[in-house]
Ligand binder design. Structure first.
Ligand code: HEC
Length: 289
């Protein structure tokens, strides 16, 4: 397994030296070649950190974060990671203009977990594309909410500078994808999540679904492949009380389940409001096959 991965990385390492030159905007290029190498690259696995550093002249930095996957309410866990500044890396990987695209950066993990993070968040907050722990220990973590021990984080793990940013701490680890193998720029998901047939007023719930649910689940075909249930269908099959218990305390419904609860770091009133809004939103959403 390890060997297979490093072989893939070697192949890509060679390929990336060829790409490295193709990123610079070329004033003389005809308008029709406006989107050259980048989309092809997005369908490939990321090269290893050394190849990336070399191809794009990236410097690694370190950051200390409050580790959301390991922290519990009232028991913060601090960790230091080494990685590349995410904006620097994305400037190269996604190509010029990504910050103004109004789209989303898609992080795809080895197991089908997908995180789509609005470009605006990278403009507002600072993230690191981490590839190692600073203390030299194995690049892995006990993931508290999913009851998984020593989960490998590599090849890449997106971590946010959350110390001193209470809103990021409250939100938990939903936008901290690990085992990231691919990164791509995608159009905004608003058309799938807020389609024309939906009455107005569900914007906050759609954003919450994207933050807390769609890394694993889907809405009408849009979302992750880890547990690709269509939530618009699921919500119609559960009454409000069952829905609430499942989202707030999945362990009390199915002990040992890998479904995480809504982050316990959110204020209790907000957790309940999010649960209610999600249920109403998903039931109002037209189901498409
Ligand atoms: C990290 C991945 C992950 C995230 C994020 C996640 N879930 Fe799940 N979900 C699961 C897994 C795994 C199952 C299957 C659980 C089982 O059967 O033990 C599941 C099952 C479900 C089910 C079906 C339950 C049943 O009894 O059949 C619903 C409904 C659901 N999730 C809703 C949600 C909603 C709503 C959110 C966001 C608030 C969410 N999930 C976030 C992993 C996730």
């Amino acid at each position: 397994m390890r060997r297979a991965l490093s072989l893939i990385a070697m192949g890509l390492g060679a390929a990336i030296s060829a790409w490295a030159g193709s990123d610079r905007p070329d004033a003389s290029a005809p308008a029709t070649s406006a989107a050259p190498a980048a989309p092809a690259r997005w369908a490939q696995n990321l090269p290893d950190a050394r190849s990336l550093a070399r191809a794009y002249a990236l410097k690694s930095e370190t950051v200390q974060v409050q580790e959301p996957h390991a922290s519990q309410a009232g028991r913060p866990v601090l960790r230091r990671y080494r990685g590349f500044d995410a904006r620097d890396f994305l400037d190269h990987w996604l190509g010029p203009g990504w910050q103004d695209s109004g789209g989303e950066v898609e992080f795809r993990a080895r197991d089908g977990f997908v995180s789509r993070i609005p470009v605006a968040r990278f403009v507002q907050h600072t993230a690191l594309l981490a590839f190692a722990r600073v203390d030299g220990k194995p690049f892995q973590l006990d993931v508290h909410a999913q009851h998984e021990k020593q989960v490998p984080l590599g090849p890449y793990y997106l971590v946010w500078r959350n110390i001193g940013a209470p809103d990021l701490i409250a939100e938990g680890g939903a936008q901290w994808p690990y085992q990231v193998v691919r990164i791509a720029l995608r159009p905004s998901s608003q058309a799938a999540l807020l389609p024309a047939g939906l009455p107005p007023g569900h914007e906050a719930a759609a954003a919450a679904a994207q933050t807390y649910c769609l890394s694993c689940h889907q809405i009408n075909g849009f979302g992750g492949d880890k547990m690709p249930l269509n939530l618009a269908v699921q919500a119609r099959q559960m009454d409000a009380a069952h829905w609430q218990q499942w989202l707030l305390q999945p362990q009390s419904v199915k002990p040992g389940t890998a479904m995480p609860p809504l982050p316990e770091t959110l204020p209790p009133a907000e957790r309940e409001a999010v649960v209610r809004q999600l249920h109403e939103y998903l039931r109002a959403l037209p189901v498409t096959p």
